[in-house]
Design a protein around this ligand. Structure first.
Ligand SMILES: Nc1ncnc2c1ncn2[C@@H]1O[C@H](COP(=O)(O)OP(=O)(O)OP(=O)(O)O)[C@@H](O)[C@H]1O
Ligand SMILES: [Mg+2]
Length: 352
């Protein structure tokens, strides 16, 4: 008897025999009867992995997290989270998961320590337990020395770390992180990645996170769902996604064009999956193992009497993947958004 398969996994659905800690089925959210924020998405998160939702502004990432953590009711569809139905068993879901929202939620006038105790109280955790747990969590995120300081004196990175500690108070098996490094500088962002990896590796936690940072998804996530306008466009590991667009890109420009079209000749080279003309003397070639294909292309062109003026090899990044599947570049949106975030922070500071 063969293994029963739902599909090959490329649409986010998994084999029945895999252990899913989040199993989402046909989830849709329409706000105010008109804004379709999440549009019939289905996917699974495997126990122990870091699963990322990658997508631009307004893609539906936060809406999905709010539904899966039972803050919002879906318009249709449902999901099993740690084995519990989000609609019929919201209390069980809440008890089994931790969540760190995109917006800061800590109380500025309290210390880091007091904030953690406050959250523990909300979960009904007895004081003798929460005091010990707060100390452990503050150590985990390297905030021990700042624990007694008011949050209003914390830097952006310290705040994110405190939010992370608060999200861990109930010792969850599954942690939701909505844009865990939004607005942080690159160094601080890399440090936060370290804490997230530690949760997975040392505490065997499953992480469901959202991001619009390509590098973050690439370096941190075991699997990524590309989400665009409320729909899941593609799911896979960073390597699978990059391989799915046909491999490396070689761009070559020749001298002395006679107008002859060499597209089909180049397409005959081994490992080449696609050739397109670019301009009157250039070709854009997609190929697996581009570093081996490029010299062959040069040789071929020479043998036909052409001189290669310029040749370049690009290994695909997630941005190329994103562009391929959505028709837009996330890198540009990323830059725009960071700028907006910085402007808002400046405004906030100016207001006092
Ligand atoms: N409470 C709400 N009422 C009406 N529309 C909403 C509400 N919350 C979100 N939306 C809309 O739903 C869509 C998805 O929003 P959502 O916040 O889920 O996106 P996101 O991917 O998290 O975006 P961002 O990267 O900006 O955080 C957007 O068009 C947004 O304007
Ligand atoms: Mg969001």
């Amino acid at each position: 008897m063969g293994v029963l398969r739902v599909s090959d996994g490329s649409d986010g659905r998994l084999n029945f025999d895999e252990k899913l800690i989040v199993d989402v089925r046909g989830l849709t959210k329409v706000y105010n009867g008109r804004v379709k924020a999440v549009d019939n998405i289905s996917f699974g998160v495997r126990e122990g992995e870091i699963f990322g939702f990658l997508g631009p502004n307004g893609a539906g990432k936060s809406t999905t997290i709010k539904i899966l953590t039972t803050l919002l009711r879906p318009t249709s569809g449902t999901a099993l989270v740690v084995g519990h139905d989000i609609i019929r068993q919201p209390n069980e879901v809440r008890r089994s998961v931790g969540v760190v929202h995109q917006e800061y939620t800590a109380d500025e006038d309290l210390t880091g320590y007091e904030n953690i105790i406050l959250i523990a109280d909300l979960y009904g955790i007895p004081r003798e337990v929460s005091k010990k747990r707060a100390a452990e969590l503050l150590k985990l995120v390297d905030l021990e020395s700042a624990a007694g300081r008011k949050v209003s004196t914390y830097s952006g990175g310290m705040r994110r770390r405190l939010e992370l500690a608060c999200g861990l108070i109930n010792n969850p098996r599954l942690l939701f992180l909505d844009e865990p490094t939004l607005g942080l500088d690159v160094q601080t962002r890399v440090a936060v990645w370290g804490y997230i990896r530690k949760l997975k590796e040392e505490l065997d936690m499953t992480i469901f996170m959202t991001t619009h940072y390509l590098e973050e998804a690439d370096s941190l996530c075991d699997r990524i769902a590309i989400i665009d306008r409320g729909k899941i466009v593609r799911v896979g590991s960073p390597e699978e996604l990059k391989a799915s667009i046909g491999g490396d890109v070689i761009e070559v420009e020749v001298d002395g064009s006679t107008g002859e079209d060499l597209t089909s000749v180049i397409a005959g080279v081994g490992n080449v999956s696609e050739v397109k003309r670019s301009g009157s003397t250039g070709y854009r070639i997609k190929a697996k193992m581009g570093e081996e294909v490029a010299p062959l292309v040069i040789e071929l062109l020479r043998s036909r009497g052409y001189r290669v003026k310029r040749i370049s090899l690009t290994k695909p990044s997630l941005d190329e993947v994103y562009l391929e599947y959505t028709g837009r570049s996330l890198r540009e949106e990323e830059a725009d958004r960071d700028q907006l975030f910085a402007q808002r922070a400046t405004l906030r500071r100016a207001r006092g």
